[in-house]
Design a protein. Structure first.
Ligand code: HEM
Length: 340
């Protein structure tokens, strides 16, 4: 799957990322205020659905977006962290709602997989790649396996980016110096082409700093296959271990004044994979890391170049657990101040 998320294949999504961001914002312009998290979720969900399934059938895109939104809306941290919540009662419990939403999405995805397999149309989207993929023995991968991969991409690939975009808007609108530096850079660009935005150094650094100060996934778990001696601790086979992402990202020995939002630290120097790990690390490092960084820079740059905003509420927003992800404690309301 790697080539779909890197190089020219990834860059081909740039135009559509930018267009979706602008269209979604335009459709909200009648309102005085917007909830940043809702806007960013709409944008990132449409981007991932179009990248996976192709953009040619608007009804299909709308149906999959709706079904995915239902799954997100029915998920709650309790369901992920306590099995005691996994019970059914007349279809009314949070577990019932979550299972229902997942079944509905499952049906939609199976329909799409069957149609695509039957049509045999070669496409350059992720679904086509999965439908034509084989195991090492040459057998085609099973429908259930394709479904499971699609679910991972849909969910790993949209909530994480929406939360990062929301944090970025929050931090930029609370830190005038960072905001000014970013706007100076954006104003100096020759044009708003997606590739140009994605390679603007301060914008890139803003994305990196947002993920440092507010990592979205803070536990990238591994299970030990062999015993591990870690300092004075002897850890047995089968034990779950995870790097402490937040401690690494707030280590004052690595990051000067770690509590401050200062994108320039990523312009001034680079950090090792042991100092900076918002996408995990090793063999299972996030496959969508480059795609996500590209998308966040394009969406953020495109929105900020076109419109002026201000925070409705200046009270601090703090990190709050959602499920395996951690996001802002509010949806970060923003007021429209008009076109830039
Ligand atoms: C800011 C956005 C994102 C963040 C912070 C993020 C973070 C992560 C993290 C921490 C992991 C676990 C890595 C590990 O265990 O070492 C992961 C895995 C994964 N991510 Fe992302 N991710 C983001 C966006 C995306 C996107 C856009 C996609 C798809 C297009 C994606 C697809 C995946 C997949 C498929 C895995 C599982 C990889 C595996 O187990 O081999 N992610 N992500």
């Amino acid at each position: 799957m790697m080539p779909m998320f890197h190089g020219d294949r990834m860059k081909a999504y740039g135009e559509s990322m930018q267009q979706i961001a602008i269209e979604r914002l335009e459709s909200n312009r009648g309102q005085r205020e917007i909830l940043t998290l809702n806007l960013m979720t709409d944008i990132s969900l449409e981007i991932i659905v179009r990248s996976i399934f192709g953009g040619s059938d608007p009804n299909l895109v709308a149906k999959l977006i709706q079904a995915s939104q239902r799954v997100v809306a029915s998920s709650s941290p309790l369901l992920f962290f306590s099995r005691k919540t996994h019970f059914s009662f007349l279809g009314l419990t949070p577990w019932d709602r979550w299972c229902d939403a997942k079944k509905h999405l499952h049906r939609c995805l199976e329909e799409v997989i069957d149609k695509r397999k039957l049509s045999g149309e070669p496409g350059d989207d992720i679904l086509s790649l999965l439908c034509s993929a084989t195991y090492e023995d040459g057998q085609p991968i099973t429908r259930e396996h394709i479904y499971s991969e699609l679910m991972t991409f849909l969910f790993a690939g949209h909530e994480t980016t929406a939360l990062t975009l929301t944090w970025a808007m929050y931090h930029l609108h609370r830190n005038p110096a960072a905001f000014l530096s970013l706007m100076q850079e954006l104003d100096s660009l020759e044009d708003n082409a997606p590739a140009r935005l994605a390679s603007a150094p301060y914008l890139k650094a803003t994305v990196q700093e947002t993920l440092r100060i507010n990592p979205i996934v803070t536990e990238t778990l591994r299970k030990l296959k062999a015993p591990l001696q870690l300092g004075e601790y002897h850890l047995p086979v089968g034990m779950a271990v995870a790097p402490a992402t937040v401690l690494a990202h707030y280590n004052p020995a690595t990051y000067d004044d770690p509590e401050s939002f200062r994108p320039e630290r990523f312009v001034e120097r680079s950090y090792s994979p042991f100092e900076y790990m918002p996408f995990g690390g090793g063999h299972r490092r996030c496959i969508g890391a480059a795609f996500a960084s590209y998308e966040i820079a394009i969406v953020l740059g495109s929105l900020l170049k076109r419109f002026k905003f201000e925070l409705v509420d200046t009270a601090p927003v703090v990190p709050k657990r959602r499920n395996v992800t951690i996001g802002p404690s509010t949806a970060v309301p923003l007021r429209f101040l008009g076109p830039r």
